[in-house]
Design a protein around this ligand. Structure first.
Ligand SMILES: *Cc1c(COP(=O)(O)O)cnc(C)c1O
Length: 371
């Protein structure tokens, strides 16, 4: 079959999947049949492998996009006496605060500049001064900007202070190697349509079993109840509590196999990092400046400033789309930016092609400007 995709996505999820991943969705599956339940259980076990953890961790699959997974954790883990500290340096950590506010859960925030990683020493000092804080929550790769936060450094101080650690590793897990147990992450959240290269429809939570077991009855909603969802999967041996996104699950199962075939998380991370470096470097040569300095740039997505006054994002978007790629607008509130994602089924040739299209567009703009 010829790939029917009219263009490739330079967006950080949904992203361009392989034709074989999309083909895995051609079968309608029965949710209580053993074949399907086995698929679910293989996904849960495989995710533990990617996280380098054993039986002291467990996996919960949750219907919905990534935010549903984050909200499931934030609304199911804290009890009445808990207080959650959110480290804020982008739109996704800002969203964590919004979720806690909406549920009326006690919380605090520690703000950092959006182009700076949270300083572990500041977190350590804050925890020492605020014994009421029992849980720390942060984002790993801030997809808002492309900034890769240092979860190892923060994890060390969170663990030393004896607090629970929640990490949104949505756009990093599967490409940035995360030794979940070594960092003492209690809850890591990611979703099907990011670096594992599945299609959108569910999120997953890798949870420290002992921590999760202690949260029974804490959930504020029924559908996002993390503990109940987990119990359902455990007792049903892979049967989901409510209707599961069967096609999405089958695609994800296939995508995990393709990640292993590529050489695992390390190899995928190398491909993404190579593409990211090449795009950053090629765009710089064309006069596009990146928002995040190289040292903190993650390998998934890059934010660029508009090159000059009067620059039209809409025009550039249309030109790129016509030539086979779609890009992402910026997510900063104070500066005009756009973003180039480089995750998904993209290779080195794509990077060269993309840079050529940008170069042609810039040349055309120059010509038009000269008239
Ligand atoms: C994609 C993403 C999410 C989830 O967004 P959804 O639109 O709900 O899938 C959360 N956090 C980060 C860092 C992300 O990249």
């Amino acid at each position: 079959m010829r790939d029917p995709n009219p263009y490739k996505l330079l967006t950080p999820g949904p992203l361009t999947t392989t034709l074989s991943v999309r083909e895995a969705m051609m079968i309608d599956r029965c949710t209580w049949d053993d074949d399907y339940k086995r698929m679910t259980e293989e996904i849960r076990a495989g995710l533990l492998d990617f996280a380098h953890v054993g039986n002291d961790y467990t996996v919960v699959l949750m219907q919905g996009s990534g935010t549903f997974g984050v909200e499931s954790v934030l609304s199911s883990v804290p009890g009445d006496k808990d207080c959650v500290l959110v480290l804020v340096n982008g739109a996704y950590s800002e969203r964590m605060v919004k979720i806690l506010e909406r549920h009326g859960i006690a919380h605090a925030r520690l703000d950092f500049a959006w182009d700076q990683i949270p300083d572990a020493a500041k977190v350590e000092a804050f925890l020492a001064e605020h014994p009421e804080v029992t849980i720390v929550s942060m984002v790993h790769n801030e997809t808002t900007t492309g900034l890769l936060n240092d979860i190892e450094a923060v994890g060390r101080v969170v663990k030393a202070a004896g607090r629970t650690f929640i990490v949104d590793a949505m756009s990093s897990f599967g490409a940035v190697d995360i030794r979940v147990g070594d960092i003492s992450i209690d809850y890591l959240v990611s979703s099907a349509n990011k670096c594992i290269q599945g299609v959108p429809g569910f999120s997953y939570i890798i949870a420290r079993r002992e921590a999760l077991e202690a949260t029974k009855g804490n959930a504020r909603t029924v559908s996002l109840d993390l503990y109940d969802q987990w119990k359902g999967l455990e007792e049903g041996h892979g049967k989901w509590r409510f209707t599961s996104p069967t096609h999405v699950v089958a695609a994800f199962h296939r995508a995990m196999q393709e990640l292993r075939e590529e050489g695992g998380v390390e190899k995928r991370g190398e491909r993404y990092a190579r593409l990211n470096r090449r795009l950053r470097e090629g765009m710089a040569a064309l006069g596009f400046t990146a928002y995040v300095e190289e040292a903190h740039q993650g390998p998934i997505i890059t934010t660029f400033f508009y090159p000059k006054e009067g620059f039209s994002f809409a025009k550039m978007y249309a030109y790129l789309k016509e030539h086979g790629y779609v890009i992402y607008p910026g997510k900063l509130t104070d500066r005009d930016t756009f973003r180039l994602g480089n995750i998904g089924d993209l290779n080195d040739e794509d990077a060269e092609r993309i840079l050529k299209i940008f170069s042609d567009f810039c040349a055309l703009e120059e010509q038009n400007g000269a008239h």
